[in-house]
Design a protein around this ligand. Sequence first.
Ligand SMILES: [Zn+2]
Length: 250
Amino acid sequence: MPPILILDPGHGGIDPGGGSNSLFTEKAKNLQISLYQFNRFKELNIPVAITRTGDTTLTSDARAARVRDSGARYCISNHINAGGGRGSEVIYSIYAKATFPTLIQDELEAAGMPNRRIFTRTLPDNPRKDYYFMHRETGSVETVIIEYGFADNALDAEKLHRDWRPLAEGVVRAFCEYIGHPYKLPTPVAIPTPGGGTAVPEWKQEAIDWLFREGLLTNEDWRNQPDTPLPLWAEAVILKRLYEKLRASR
Ligand SMILES: [Zn+2]
C-alpha cells in the first residue's frame, strides 16, 4: 500500500543541523523523534514512509524528491530550533490551512512545550512562493515543518532531552485527529534483561521521576522500587500534596 504520510527527520550525515547543544545534535534528535513516530504510525495501521532511517546526508533536492515521489499526501518534517527563543513553531505552506498546525501545537502544549507561533513565510522577492524548500519543492504534498523547541534555551533543551517521547506522541495523536483515524495509546512493553529479570521500562521510570520532579514524592528510597506498593499513609501524603498544589495554582 502506498504511504499516506512521509516523515522527514531533518538534516543528517555531514549536516548536523543548527538545533544542537551539549545534550544532543539536531540530526540525531530529529531521527529519534521520527523513528519513534514511524513505528507508532505502523502500529496504528497508517501507511507511512520516511526520508532517512540512519545518519544519511540528503541534499535539499534529494530530500524533496523523496517526499514528492513517495506517493504520500502528507509530510511531517521534524526539526529542533535555535537562535534565541522558547517553545514550538509549526511552519506550513501559503497554499495550506492552519488546521493541522493548530492541532499539532495544541498537542505539544498539552505535552508541556509552550507554543511560540504557527506561521507561513514567502520568498522575499516572490510572495506567491514558499520560503522553505520543503513547502516549495514537494509538489502537492501537504508538508508541515515542526520545530519542537529551542536547543539553545535551557528549559526547552532539557525538555527535548528528557521528554521528547510525549512530544513525538502528541504529533501522532494530532495527525490521527486531522485525518480522522482512530487513535490508540502505545502499548507499554516490559524489557527483559540479560539476567532473566525485567528491567524497569522507561515509561514506569518516567512516571516515578515525575512524582519527584513535582515534589509529590520526596523520599529517594522509593525512586528505584517501581513495583513496590506504597503504604496507605504515603498515598495519602501524595494526594494531599497534589491537592494543595492544585488549590494553590488556582
Ligand atoms: Zn533543522
